[in-house]
Design a protein around this ligand. Structure first.
Ligand code: UDP
Length: 321
């Protein structure tokens, strides 16, 4: 099968590229390398079934053809989308439309990578797909949350209007090797700090929770959501329902990294999300999917990857070059 992956040089996207190639598919990556990193695909240089287009998904790309379109292109961390808010909004709005139009032209299948942030600061816990969310349309996360919500609305509109086979996954917090050390997320921050012996920075009182899914589990879920027949119009949460506070994660990472870094409290982020945990019974039912990798196993793999990265000259880690 020919699979087009926008954002294929990103953290999740690049793992998805690996999985598709391993299964024998042909892959076209569209990535403008805004937050994606060429090095995430460096191990696939000259792969005969991979084509890399350094292009922005908001451009018309009539030369691209596929049987399956996976739209992951967008800055995705709070630091990333705060740095590139307009690009984020365009990737999820115009970019989604561009790929929906190509999907329609090709009679293909489309999968939109949405986010748990579509639920905002949720008033329902854990979050099932039926929950509409609690999002501030003019808040600091709005460029991401609202453009992802628009992308969802556009996808289901194409399903209803044109009978297109479009699916949506709402991805909860994910971690693993290739987590960008510069993107400010909790796992790369804490691991980098722990390995360098620097203070581990817990924002606010650290009682805020997230549920952390290892990247290989997530990729399996995405592929099942994309390839299982009969899921047009479905919205499916993908994440690990095990929930940890920021302080619990700091203590765990410090122990697993064999670090003696102090755990310190930094100022809270504006409009911090208090709690987040996926309800995944729909994924279990429709995809036969649930996470397999435990938090300790996943974090040990991730710490091992960061150890290798940090062994590089410091500039290579900071610049991602
Ligand atoms: N966090 C933290 N210290 C950091 C980075 C993040 O305490 O150095 C916390 C943050 O307050 C949030 C959680 O980690 O509660 C997850 O943040 P992240 O940016 O990874 O993703 P989010 O779920 O907020 O999009």
């Amino acid at each position: 099968m020919q699979i087009v992956i926008s954002g294929g040089a990103g953290f999740i996207g690049s793992h998805l590229v690996d999985a598709c190639l391993t299964r024998g598919h042909r892959v076209i990556v569209i990535d403008n390398l805004l937050t994606g990193r060429r090095e995430n695909l460096a191990h696939l240089a000259d792969h005969p079934r991979l084509r890399f287009l350094e292009r922005d998904v908001i451009e018309p790309l009539p030369e691209v053809e596929g049987e399956l379109y996976l739209h992951l292109a967008s800055p995705a961390s709070p630091v990333g989308y705060a740095r590139y808010p307009i690009e984020t909004m365009l990737a999820n709005s115009l970019g989604t439309q561009r790929l929906l139009d190509l999907t329609r032209r090709d009679g293909a299948t489309f999968l939109f990578a949405s986010t748990s942030e579509a639920y905002g600061d949720p008033l329902v816990h854990p979050q099932p797909e039926e929950y509409w969310g609690n999002v501030n349309p003019v808040g600091p996360r709005a460029c991401y949350d609202e453009s992802k919500r628009y992308g969802e609305a556009l996808t289901v509109t194409y399903v209803r209007q044109f009978g297109l086979d479009g699916r949506i996954v709402r991805i909860f917090n994910t971690y693993g090797p290739r987590n960008d050390p510069r993107d400010g997320r909790i796992v790369p921050n804490f691991i980098t700090q722990a390995l360098r012996g620097e203070p581990i920075t817990v924002y606010g009182d650290g009682t805020q929770t997230r549920s952390y899914c290892y990247v290989s589990d997530l990729v399996e879920g995405i592929l099942r959501a994309a390839l299982t027949p009969g899921l047009a119009g479905e919205v499916i949460n993908l994440g690990n329902p095990l929930e940890y506070s920021a302080v619990e994660l700091a203590v765990l990472i410090r122990r697993l990294a064999g670090s003696s870094s102090p755990i310190v409290h930094a100022p809270p982020r504006p409009e911090e999300i208090a709690r987040r945990r996926p309800e995944i019974s729909k994924a279990r039912r429709l995809l036969g999917w649930e996470p397999q990798v435990g938090i300790e196993e996943g974090l040990l793999q991730t710490i091992a990857w960061f150890r290798e990265q940090l062994a590089l000259p410091a500039s290579a880690v900071v610049d991602g070059t």
